[in-house]
Design a binder for this molecule. Structure first.
Ligand code: SAM
Length: 355
């Protein structure tokens, strides 16, 4: 009865932690994989048709006060060549992105105290006044409730903060003692209470990750119900203590994309750059597994290589227009269509499945 746990996921859009562990044990079973992929694609088409949303990613600083052990831009990596974009440079990225059809901008960076709350709020106001038809997403790490409130009032719409792992022992293995899972989760709940569309997520195959950790992640995602979930394989960076660790599995990432689509049918789910780094057709495979978002890079090419989270990161050489063109072709080859829309979470009701 190996189908039964997969059937239960499809019927209930939920499982218990032991059931998730049972499902993860079946992640290499081709019958189960096919069944879940089929259902994930059905749901993704039901809510989003053949649309793939695009987010213009602006990696505006690689300075970071944190020292996450897996990350190439962590504070302790003295070999990282640091950069910051000026307000004008960031606005130039947005202008170029707008002309290319982007209607969401994502400001992502390390936790860089140079950008005070006032500087961030001013930047957010400026972007939102120039592009009122665009959504603005922040991904700048853990802040106080007050800071999140200020950014929200300034006009930020969405916030990406991967929880990284929902297992506190695993969290402690990946981060220094000053960082805690409870603080990260508190940030996610603060963001949600302030009305942001929130993205959580984790790396697949990060050092020390077990099936139990992944089951904890899935339980947390269902409980928290984020509007977006960012998952991608862990990839070692040569300047970290995990330089010699194995990268995460593309196959397991694809399996988890399908599981997450079924768990949270309307979720916005990117096919990540990390997936494309490990497999030349990784992002297309991600879309075919249930993903519906891609995040091409709008950062100036001069700094792309310096936003060096992991080794061999792709898309560091092309101009924004080339990046978008390349992704447009990839999306088409997967049977979908890249659209110039804000791409908010679908509010459509499911009507054809009896609920
Ligand atoms: N500072 C912000 C934060 O903490 O959310 C955003 C920037 S952070 C570098 C963005 C994401 O990169 C992290 O959430 C993490 O999951 C991912 N990342 C970092 N190092 C990675 C690695 N070695 N392999 C794959 N993903 C990695």
């Amino acid at each position: 009865m190996k189908n039964s746990v997969a059937d239960r996921l499809i019927q209930n859009h939920d499982l218990t932690k032991p059931e998730f562990m049972e499902l993860l044990d079946l992640s290499e079973d081709s019958g189960i994989r096919e069944m879940l992929t089929r259902e994930a694609v059905r749901l993704r088409k039901l809510y989003y048709g053949d649309k793939v949303y695009t987010r213009g990613l602006i990696e505006f600083t690689n300075y970071c006060k944190n020292n996450c052990y897996y990350c190439g831009i962590r504070r302790g990596n003295k070999d990282a060549v640091r950069y910051r974009l000026t307000k004008e440079e960031i606005l130039d990225c947005c202008a170029q992105g707008y002309l290319l059809g982007f209607r969401t901008f994502v400001l992502q960076g390390g936790e860089d105290a140079y950008y005070t709350d006032e500087i961030m709020a001013d930047l957010i106001r400026e972007i939102k006044s120039r592009y009122p038809d665009c959504a603005l997403t922040l991904s700048i790490g853990e802040k106080s409730y007050e800071s999140y409130r200020l950014f929200r009032e300034a006009g930020a719409d969405r916030y990406l903060l991967r929880h990284e792992t929902a297992n506190s022992e695993h969290y402690a293995r990946l981060h220094p003692a000053q960082m805690s899972l409870s603080a990260r989760i508190q940030c996610l709940y603060d963001l949600k209470s302030l009305g942001y569309q929130v993205g959580a997520g984790f790396m697949v195959g990060s050092p020390g990750q077990t099936k139990e950790c992944l089951a904890d992640d899935l339980v947390f995602l269902k409980e928290f119900e984020p509007q977006m979930v960012g998952i991608g394989p862990f990839i070692p960076h040569h300047g970290t203590r995990y330089a010699k660790e194995k990268a995460g599995s593309v196959e397991l990432t694809l399996f988890l994309l399908s599981v997450i689509r079924i768990l949270l049918p309307q979720v916005l789910l990117p096919a990540t750059t990390a997936l494309g780094t490990l497999d030349p057709r990784g992002r297309e495979k991600g879309l075919s597994a249930g993903a519906n978002v891609v995040m091409p890079n709008l950062s100036p090419v001069t700094h792309r290589k310096q936003y060096d989270l992991y080794d061999n990161k792709i898309c560091t050489g092309e101009e924004a227009a080339e990046c978008r063109g390349c992704l447009e072709r990839r999306v088409k080859s997967a049977g979908y269509r890249l659209v110039n829309e804000r791409g908010d979470v679908s509010c459509k009701k499911e009507v054809d499945n009896g609920f």
